[in-house]
Design a protein around this ligand. Sequence first.
Ligand SMILES: Cc1cc2nc3c(=O)[nH]c(=O)nc-3n(C[C@H](O)[C@H](O)[C@H](O)COP(=O)(O)OP(=O)(O)OC[C@H]3O[C@@H](n4cnc5c(N)ncnc54)[C@H](O)[C@@H]3O)c2cc1C
Length: 377
Amino acid sequence: MTETFDIIVVGLGAAGSPTAYRLAQRGQRVLGLEMYEPGHALGSSHGYHRMIRKAAIQGSGYDPLADRAFELWDELEDETGREFLTMTGEVRLIAEGTDPRYKGDALEMERRGAWEILSEAELGKRFPGFRLHEGMMATFEAGAGFLWSERGIITHVELARQHGATIKTSEEVTGWEADGEGVTVTTDKGSYRAAKLVITTGAYVGELLAELNLPFQVNRSINGYFAPSRPDWWRAENGAPDFILDVPEGGFYGMPAIGDIGLKIGLSTQDKTGPRTIRRTIEPEEVQYLRDTLDKYMPGAAGEEITALTCMDAYTVDDHFIIDHHPEHPQVVIGCCFSGRGYKFSPVLGEILSSLAIDGETSHDIDFLTVKRFAND
Ligand SMILES: Cc1cc2nc3c(=O)[nH]c(=O)nc-3n(C[C@H](O)[C@H](O)[C@H](O)COP(=O)(O)OP(=O)(O)OC[C@H]3O[C@@H](n4cnc5c(N)ncnc54)[C@H](O)[C@@H]3O)c2cc1C
């Protein structure tokens, strides 16, 4: 006999795991389906940590979501006694000739009190490791830090279970069909019925929503982890911040070394890839490129290489998320394409997606994230 539920959530990553938790917490009979094991390294949320900041740079529509995210991460820490958020602040180096938007944004952020613009002397005094080259600007955002991303997902899945959700892992959804009364979801192990369906399959989203032809692409990112040769400058324990480098070599981001985890530097390569075809090995030249960048702007950060890994995320053409009901099947809710910025919002995504599924609406302003904005593309 086919098992039946109120709501099925497919994909238990940054968006799906808190959704399953919130739905179960609100008394729904939930089935969460995940094709790997929570916290795995084949999606978009692995590699220990992700950055979070209060001020969102691309479109102030994200600011209220960021504020709510901070509240919910705090609540999760209180509820579980686990640490998710490490506040370090964030230094951003912005080079002349990179996207001119950034300098305008920096001035706007300073006006709003979210960023400080640091002179070279101030930067040298507070964060002596950074090197400001000709024509560059430095900013500091105190309300920034990083989240322990794999821990967040595993915890949300555990909480979903504790609130009565049925969680099935290593089970891949191969298709779904909506009808007047709900949905049938088919997996490699069986099929299930529910009144509603939430699809949060990350970079794999094209597979279950092919008919929508959503305008996104999957980009490959590379990440290097290094033991700093100047731990006094580059360890979180010694006050080192998160960093963003908007420089001619590319748009880099990273976190200081902490515990036995090296300083992380990442770069989205803009290499269009697919979730099943992504090149997961990292070439020595790629690691060297990361190292050279650190040597130029953050000397002493790239000592011995600890590890390197690849990741991917789904980017929409306008770089904004997709959070909406399926345009033809209102019982299906979609949360995807977080365009390199989704993790920090994870608990808010759970709040929004669970409300859309149960209530059909959310109190958060997400009009700019609908599917229909692409109607004329
Ligand atoms: C290198 C890198 C650095 C980043 N840095 C930051 C950052 O600093 N701050 C930030 O906020 N964001 C950052 N991001 C973006 C953020 O990590 C992603 O936007 C977010 O993790 C995406 O969450 P998701 O739920 O969409 O995908 P995922 O977390 O990958 O979850 C999708 C899940 O669906 C499962 N799935 C897929 N298909 C099926 C199926 N058919 N059946 C069952 N299960 C399925 C997958 O296995 C996966 O577990 C970064 C991304 C990358 C790649």
